[in-house]
Design a protein around this ligand. Structure first.
Ligand SMILES: *Cc1c(COP(=O)(O)O)cnc(C)c1O
Length: 395
């Protein structure tokens, strides 16, 4: 290794370690589910995004196996050359039906959707109004587009209106977009879609909602935009197939013309090999399950509401989540880390989230109950929370 690189790496790693931001990644020796195994320890898992428990669902596994038998394990090429199979087109049709849009396009990940879609539409003559707490992939997608990025205070509709007015009236930009998470995963708060639509109509903003944490969770499963009944008012709806849907991949849903454009201008679509056939078919089956019944969705909300109510009753600060995401806000970064460590020793896997992922002094342990948790598992986790909370003087 050249010395320059060695010096850079040693310094960069030491700096991360000094700031307590160096994460040691642990491997699961089980499927991702409500219970997981790490280093031989059985843990109640409150850390996944597997909201509906579909990651190890039998129906999805069966479909994936059959599809692999017929189509093989890899798609073999990028979509435009030789990598589009029936299963990819079937998935896109199903997504459009599920999202109540004219069309949809699938990508290899939600992250790739944002890499593709923002820069296919916006360029250096444009401006993007972006919520201050947007996901990293939105931020990177915006940067890639080279448009002017104008941060908007988190969920502050007055600030959005003011900046939309300024940007459009300045005459500096050809197009202006507003981009936001549908559900913010650190706090569980939901984008104010009706106000966003109203402001967008007033100032001619392109609207872009990344609903990675809302798909399968909000709107009886169809997402945050559908929850507000405004599917025809948001120009681009982004979702992931990897969280509530339990597989991997991402999608953009919108008008036929938008999707046609992304198929010729979305760079990760053009230059990165498509989803594996097994994943595409499993994701289609996951949507089938959601469209057949709201049972998993309902159980997720029941479990989320139960966990929130019980932790709140114990005296924990659970913030203002409007979704099953349950943050337990502890304050100091060190306390959040210690809390998570003690939970783990007692049998609950729930990660601490600290600055800079969340504002300084709002360190927390984030809990993601799923449809697959039983009441016994949740009760056990709540009892452990009570024990650790008392021990560390939080409640
Ligand atoms: C998780 C997430 C993504 C990335 O999705 P993947 O499918 O995991 O790549 C994108 N946007 C938001 C808002 C997310 O929360």
């Amino acid at each position: 290794m050249v010395q320059k690189l060695q010096e850079f790496l040693s310094e960069a790693i030491a700096e991360k370690k000094a700031k307590n931001l160096y994460n040691e990644i642990e491997a699961l020796s089980s499927a991702n589910g409500p219970m997981i195994e790490i280093n031989g320890q059985e843990l109640i898992n409150l850390s996944s995004n597997n909201y509906l428990g579909l990651a190890k669902e039998e129906r999805l596994k069966e479909v994936a196996k059959k599809t692999i038998d017929k189509y093989g394990v890899g798609a073999g090429a990028v979509r435009t050359i030789n990598g589009t199979m029936d299963v990819h087109n079937d998935l896109e049709k199903k997504i459009a039906e599920f999202k109540h849009t004219e069309a949809a396009i699938a990508f290899q990940s939600g992250f790739n959707c944002n890499m593709a879609a923002v820069s296919a539409i916006m360029n250096k003559e444009d401006a993007i109004l972006s919520d201050a707490l947007n996901h990293a992939s939105i931020i990177d997608g915006c940067r890639l587009s080279r448009a002017k990025i104008i941060p908007v205070k988190h969920q502050d509709m007055d600030d959005l209106r003011e900046k939309a007015k300024e940007a459009t009236e300045s005459g500096l930009y050809k197009k202006v977009m507003y981009i936001s998470d549908g559900v913010f995963s650190m706090d569980g708060d939901v984008a104010k879609i009706p106000e966003i639509v109203e402001i967008a109509e007033e100032f001619n903003l392109i609207t872009y909602i990344d609903d990675a944490h809302g798909s399968g969770v909000m709107g009886k499963g169809a997402g945050t935009v559908k929850h507000f009944g405004l599917s025809d008012k948001i120009d681009l709806q982004i979702g992931t197939l990897s969280k509530a849907l339990g597989v991997v991949g991402g999608y953009v849903a919108g008008s036929q013309e938008l999707i046609d454009w992304l198929k010729v201008a979305g760079r990760p679509f053009l230059f990165s090999t498509s989803l594996t056939p097994g994943d595409a078919a499993a994701a289609t089956e996951a949507i089938n399950i959601l469209m057949e019944s709201t049972e998993l969705h309902d159980r997720l909300w029941e479990n989320g509401n139960y966990l929130k109510a019980e932790l709140k009753a114990l005296g924990f600060n659970i913030g203002n989540s409007e979704t099953p995401i349950t943050p337990v806000i502890l304050g100091e970064e060190k306390l959040a880390q210690e809390f998570s460590k003690r939970l783990r020793e007692e049998g609950v896997y729930a990660k601490s989230i600290v600055f800079p992922t969340v504002p300084l002094g709002t360190g927390r342990v984030r809990n993601m109950p799923t449809a697959a948790h039983t009441k016994e598992m949740l009760d056990k986790a709540i009892a452990i929370y009570e024990k650790v909370g008392k021990e560390l003087g939080v409640i």
